[in-house]
Design a protein around this ligand. Structure first.
Ligand SMILES: NC(=O)c1ccc[n+]([C@@H]2O[C@H](COP(=O)([O-])OP(=O)(O)OC[C@H]3O[C@@H](n4cnc5c(N)ncnc54)[C@H](OP(=O)(O)O)[C@@H]3O)[C@@H](O)[C@H]2O)c1
Length: 374
C-alpha cells in the first residue's frame, strides 16, 4: 500500500491526502493482508530530544507498521493532553520510555483504512476513535496503527474533532469514578478543576451515575460547569474548598500536592481519594511491573499522603489511565444517548500542533484542545 511519497506531501497536502485516502480505502476494502510493498512516508510531529522548551518537529516518518491485531487509521483529528507535554519534556521517561524520534499524541479519531489478519471487530471504512496504549502512541500524524483492543466505534452524533476530544479524558473519568471509586447514586463527589479536559467529562459522568457533584472553577467558568451539572461550584481563586465542602464520599484530585492534602478534609471516614496528578503509589508500581528501584522511589514519594489518609480512615490511590476499547465503547453509548457531550475550547490546524500544545500548557483551556489533521 502506498500512503504518500515525500515529494507529494510537501506543498500539496490536502489534495494529495484526499486522493491517498481514497486509494488506501479501496485497497483496504479488498484486502486484509499486512504486507507493505513500498517504503512510504507520512507527515508527523515528532520528539527529537527531551527538552523543556523544545518544540515538535514536523517530519516525514515511515508509515506505521501494521501488526496482526492492528487497524490502520487515517487520522482526521487528534486531541492534546498535558500528558503530551510531560512526555515531550522527558518528565515521564522512566515510566514511559520511547526511543527518539517518536511521534507524539495520545487521542485520535479517524477512519479505518486497513486491518491486520487477526482483526475481528473493525473493517475498512469504520469511523473510530481511540487512546492508543502506552508505547504505541502517535496521534499527531496522518496515520496510526492501533491494536483493535484499544479502539471503539466513534459516536455517530459527534464530528471527528469532537470524537478526538474524548478518549483519554473519558477513560480517565470512567476508570477513576466508576471503576476505582465505585461512585454510586446518592453519593457526593468533589471533582477538581471542573472546567478542564478531565473535569468537564467527569462532572457529566458523575451526574449520570446519580451522584451530587462539587467542583472548583474560576468565576469565568462557573456557568460552564453548572451547565454540565455541577451542584456546588467553589471559586478556587477566592475561596478555600476545604472550608466549604465536607462529608464527601469521593474526591478526584488533579492538582498539586497541597490541594491533595487539603482534599483529605473534604472526605468522610471511609471516603476515597483518587489522584490522577500523583504521587504514584506502590500498587501502580506493581501494576506497571516497575523495577525494584522505581518501586522504592514511588513508595517513598507517596508515603506521606498514604499515612495521612490512613490516619483519617480514608483510602488514597493513584490512577494512571490505560487504553481500553471496551470501556470506550460504553462511553460511545453514553454520548449517543445524550448523557455526555464533548466540551471543546479550540481547534487548531495540523500545521499548528506546536501552538495547540503550548495553549494546553498554559493550563487555562476550558474543555479540550483539538488538532484537525484533515
Ligand atoms: N493520571 C492520569 O491518568 C491522568 C489523565 C488525565 C489527566 N491527568 C492529569 O490531570 C490534570 C488535569 O488534566 P486536564 O487535562 O483536565 O487539564 P486541563 O484541561 O489542562 O486543565 C485546565 C483547566 O484547569 C483549571 N484550573 C487550573 N488551575 C486550577 C485550580 N487550582 N483549581 C481548579 N481549576 C483549575 C483551569 O481553569 P481556569 O483557567 O478557569 O483557572 C482550566 O480550565 C493534569 O495534571 C493531567 O496531567 C492525569
Amino acid at each position: 500500500m502506498r500512503l504518500a511519497t515525500t515529494t507529494h506531501l510537501v506543498g500539496h497536502h490536502s489534495a494529495q491526502m484526499s486522493n491517498l485516502a481514497r486509494a488506501s480505502h479501496v485497497h483496504g476494502a479488498s484486502s486484509r493482508n499486512t504486507s507493505i510493498s513500498k517504503v512510504t512516508t507520512m507527515k508527523a510531529f515528532v520528539v527529537d530530544k527531551y527538552n523543556k522548551k523544545g518544540i515538535l518537529r514536523l517530519a516525514e516518518m515511515p508509515e506505521p507498521k501494521l501488526q496482526d491485531s492492528d487497524v490502520l487509521i487515517e487520522i482526521h483529528a487528534a486531541a492534546v493532553n498535558l500528558l503530551d507535554s510531560k512526555v515531550k519534556t522527558g518528565e515521564f521517561r522512566l515510566l514511559l520510555p520511547y526511543s527518539r524520534p517518536f511521534i507524539l499524541g495520545h487521542d485520535v479519531a479517524g477512519t479505518v483504512v486497513r486491518v491486520g489478519p487477526k482483526v475481528r471487530k473493525f473493517k475498512p471504512g469504520d469511523d473510530v476513535y481511540s487512546r492508543p496504549r502506552d508505547g504505541r502512541i502517535g496521534a499527531f500524524a496522518e496515520f496510526i496503527a492501533i491494536d483493535e483492543a484499544d479502539v471503539a466505534l466513534k459516536p455517530k452524533n459527534l464530528s471527528m474533532e469532537e470524537a478526538a476530544s474524548i478518549p483519554l479524558v473519558g477513560l480517565t473519568a470512567w476508570q477513576a469514578l466508576f471503576e476505582r471509586a465505585n461512585l454510586r447514586k446518592g453519593q457526593k463527589v468533589f471533582i477538581q478543576a471542573g472546567s478542564g479536559g478531565v473535569g468537564t467529562f467527569a462532572i457529566q459522568l458523575a451526574k449520570h451515575l446519580g451522584a451530587s457533584v462539587a467542583t472548583t472553577a474560576s468565576a469565568a467558568s462557573a456557568e460552564l460547569v453548572k451547565g454540565l451539572g455541577a451542584d456546588v461550584v467553589v471559586d478556587y481563586r477566592k475561596d478555600d474548598f476545604e472550608k466549604i465542602l465536607s462529608g464527601y464520599d469521593v474526591v478526584l484530585n488533579s492538582q498539586d500536592a497541597k490541594t491533595l492534602e487539603k482534599s483529605l478534609d473534604v472526605l468522610k471516614p471511609g471516603g476515597k481519594l483518587v489522584s490522577i496528578s500523583g504521587p504514584p503509589d506502590p500498587d501502580f508500581a506493581r501494576e506497571k511491573g516497575l523495577n525494584v528501584v522505581l518501586r522504592i522511589v514511588l513508595r517513598l514519594l507517596s508515603r506521606a499522603i498514604r499515612s495521612k489518609a490512613r490516619r483519617r480512615g480514608v483510602s488514597f490511590s493513584f490512577l494512571f489511565m490505560w487504553a481500553q476499547g471496551d470501556q470506550l465503547s460504553k462511553i460511545t453509548s453514553l454520548i449517543e444517548s445524550g448523557a455526555i457531550r464533548p466540551v471543546i475550547d479550540r481547534v487548531f490546524p495540523f500545521e499548528a500542533t506546536n501552538e495547540a500544545l503550548a495553549y494546553v500548557e498554559t493550563g487555562r483551556a476550558k474543555g479540550k484542545v483539538v488538532i484537525k489533521v484533515r
